[in-house]
Ligand binder design. Sequence first.
Ligand code: NAD
Length: 246
Amino acid sequence: MLQGKIAIVTGASRGIGRATAIELGRNGANVVVNYAGSQERAEQVVAEIKALGVDALAIQADVANAEQVQAMVKETIDAFGRVDILVNNAGITKDNLIMRMKEDEWDAVINTNLKGVFNCGKAVTRQMMKQRYGRIINVASVVGVLGNAGQANYVAAKAGVIGLTKTMARELANRNIHVNAVAPGFIETDMTDELGDDMKGQLLSQIPLATLGKPENIANVIRFLASPDADYMTGQTLHVDGGMVM
Ligand code: NAD
C-alpha cells in the first residue's frame, strides 16, 4: 500500500519507532531510520528493512535540534528525491512530582517530545508542499488527554502534540498534507520497562482489554494513517490503548 513512498521515522532504533519503520517497509516504503543514540541498533533496523526488499538509511539527528533535523531532511531528499511520510515518534520521559521537577527535566522532555515534532514537521513541510503530498503522523499519548501525576513535563508535551497536530492539519490541508496523531496507552517497550511493578499493576487495572499493548499494535495504526485507507482523515488523534480513554 505504500509502494515507492519515502518515510522518515524518528527514534526508530527501538520500541514503537522500530516496529513502525519495519511495518512501513513491509508495506513497500523506503525508510529513513532516525536515531539519536546507538548507531548499531539503527543499522540493525536498516538491515531488517532492506531484507524486506525496500531501501533504508540510518540518519543520526537529535529531534530537539533544528539544524540537525534540517540536515536529516536534506540528506533524505538527496538520497531519495522526496519525503512522503513523517512519523514523529522520538520521545523521552523524566518523571517527577511537580514540586520536585527540575527545570532541566521540564526542558528536556518539552524539547524532545514537543519541539521535536515542531522541528521535524517544519523541516519536511516545504518539500511536502512542493510535492502536493504528505502524511505526517505524530505519536502522542493517552496521558495527554487524561493527565498523569508525576509526569507534568511529559503530559504537557503530549497534550501539546495533540493541539499541534490539529493546527498543522488545518494549515496544510489545502496542499494535500494530512496530519494525524496516534495516542498509545500502555505499551511494552524499554520506556515502560523502567516503571515499577506497582505502577504497572495500577495502569493494567485501568485497561478494559486487560492487557498491555505491543509496539506492533501502534505500528499497524500508524501504517493505516500513512496509507490511502486514511485519505479522508486529518487532524485526528486515534487512541490505541485497550480502551483506557473512552
Ligand atoms: P523507547 O524509549 O523505546 O523509544 C524512544 C526512541 O526515541 C529511542 O529510540 C530513543 O533513542 C529515541 N529518542 C529519544 N530522544 C531522541 C531525540 N532527541 N532525537 C531522536 N531520537 C530520540 O520508547 P517507546 O515506548 O518506543 O516510545 C515511542 C513513542 O511512543 C514516544 O514518543 C513515547 O512518548 C510514545 N508513547 C509510548 C508509550 C508506551 O507505553 N511505551 C505510551 C504512550 C506514548
